[in-house]
Write a protein that binds this ligand. Structure first.
Ligand code: GTP
Ligand code: MG
Length: 455
């Protein structure tokens, strides 16, 4: 029998739209309705079991005649403090995230970084639902704590209902400019064509039930095949590398297939190519109800199964690049195939070609891959793409291009610093270095300059 894991759901959007508060609200809701011992904590992630959601959303499920018809086990939710974190959820040109919640401020609509989220969702092919959050701020809104949106909506004045509809129409209109057809979730006929919009409030909890039910619907209709898991050697992605006192270097990873055990050999990508090491420890946060002493936050585990977030402790992990795959290998043949797979993957992302094009630098494998995808989408050729700060060598590469094609003789620095030597070199050779932490702004700045130079 095939086993299905919980989908990995990433929460994305512009700053301050309420991503973290919405996740807190969802988690607290699930905690309030859980069976003992059911909520498991993960590194920067939280797992929500379906039975808790089912009890919370019971009346809504009954309304849609869905009671007992949902086979989704639960959701593994990932908050993203910034786009780098989102980009690092990469998996060979796609994403480890199976689904996403794009949070939009109901009063602000589509904002600058919403556009960047949209690009990432589209380029990585992630189905998503829009949470039109802060619906409680709509003028005249009467809060009904923890009500389903549709129930609370029914209880509002006609004038307020009108404002809600205007808000939804405005967001749908703005999304249409990005080629996305969207509508209020209970009017969506075809999930594979239209994006559902769920008005929510992370403060009152209104709409949270609707959001979770829509996620379950998307899971069953659109991503089922991705969720079939084996029980063999695990596969995951490294999100973050950290130095932890007493442990040495640790890697926070999301495991999306199979399992990883203490003592396993794992292969990953470093700046200088693939390497492998042994898992010394696997660390998880303590379950919420066992966290009495704040100093004693973690438990050591022997095995972790997909889908899960885990902190891995092992030698040489400082070599790993965020966004790198993590591949468990349990024999020599698996090790050889993992090492060659990793080399091929590195070659696909880190470009080094002898032709005209820009030099692209980014801080992680995930951001670099997003950047190269974006540049290709804009028909901008890339001569060199690599991870790390802008160095003298990058500037020299760009100045070589200048002889052939001065309009591409630039360095684009995404989320990285420029070394002082590189700055001096850039001055001397007259090479422009564009720097930004927002991808499309970085590329826009370059394109504007490119147009000016041409005229
Ligand atoms: P970043 O992680 O910085 O990008 O922000 P975020 O998207 O995680 O937003 P966060 O959850 O930190 O919320 C930002 C602010 O908006 C906080 O002051 C929240 O109290 C407020 N806020 C979030 N959701 C709601 C909501 O539904 N209604 C109201 N009225 N305020 C909200
Ligand atoms: Mg946040």
């Amino acid at each position: 029998m095939v086993e299905y894991r919980a989908p990995i759901v990433v929460v994305v959007g512009h700053v301050d739209v309420g991503k973290t508060l919405l996740l807190d609200k969802i988690r607290n809701t699930a905690v309030a309705y859980r069976e003992p011992g059911m909520i498991t904590q993960h590194i920067g992630l939280s797992y929500l079991p379906w039975p808790a959601i089912e009890r919370y959303a019971a009346s809504l499920l009954a309304k849609f005649k869905l009671s007992g018809k949902i086979w989704v086990r639960g959701f593994l939710m990932v908050d993203t403090p910034g786009h780098a974190a989102f980009s690092n959820l990469r998996r060979r040109g796609g994403s480890v995230a199976d689904l996403a919640i794009l949070v939009i401020d109901a009063l602000e609509g589509v904002e600058e970084q919403t556009k960047e989220s949209l690009f990432l969702l589209k380029s990585r092919g992630i189905p998503f639902v829009v949470a039109a959050n802060k619906v409680d701020k709509i003028y005249g809104w009467e809060p009904h704590p923890n009500f389903a949106f549709i129930d609370s909506y029914e209880a509002q004045d006609e004038a307020v209902q009108g404002r809600v509809e205007e808000m939804i129409a405005r967001i749908a209109g703005e999304l249409a400019e990005h080629g996305i057809e969207a509508d209020r979730y209970d009017r969506v006929a075809d999930y594979s064509r239209q994006v559902p919009i769920v008005p929510t409030s992370a403060v009152t909890g209104e709409g949270v039930a609707d959001l979770l039910v829509v996620l379950a619907g998307l899971t069953q209709r659109l991503v089922r095949d991705r969720l079939a898991v084996g029980n063999g050697p695990g596969r995951g992605v490294i999100m973050e590398i950290k130095e932890e006192k007493g442990w040495g270097t640790t890697a926070d990873a999301i495991i999306y297939d199979g399992s990883v055990r203490r003592g396993d050999r794992i292969a990953a990508l470093g700046l200088d190519g693939p390497f492998n090491t042994t898992v010394r420890l696997l660390v998880m946060p303590k379950p919420l109800d066992e966290m009495r002493d704040p100093e004693d936050k973690y438990v050591f585990v022997d095995e972790v199964k997909a889908a899960a977030g885990v902190r891995v402790v092992g030698d040489s992990l400082e070599r790993a690049v965020p966004g790198s795959p993590l591949i468990v290998v349990r024999d020599e043949a698996q090790l050889r195939s993992a090492m060659s797979e990793l080399s091929a993957e590195a070659a696909a992302i880190r470009i080094e070609v002898d032709r005209s094009g820009v030099v692209a630098k980014a801080d992680t494998l995930g951001t670099l891959e997003s950047m190269v995808m974006y540049l290709r989408g804009q028909n901008i050729p890339v001569r060199r793409a690599d991870i790390g700060p802008v160095t003298r060598r990058d500037v020299i590469e760009a100045s070589v291009v200048r002889r052939r094609d001065p309009l591409y003789a630039v360095v684009l620095a995404f989320n990285v610093k420029v070394t002082p030597e590189a700055e001096v070199e850039a001055q001397q050779h007259g090479v422009r270095v564009f720097q930004n932490n927002i991808l499309y702004r970085l590329v826009d700045d370059f394109l504007n300059w490119h147009r000016e130079q041409r005229n």
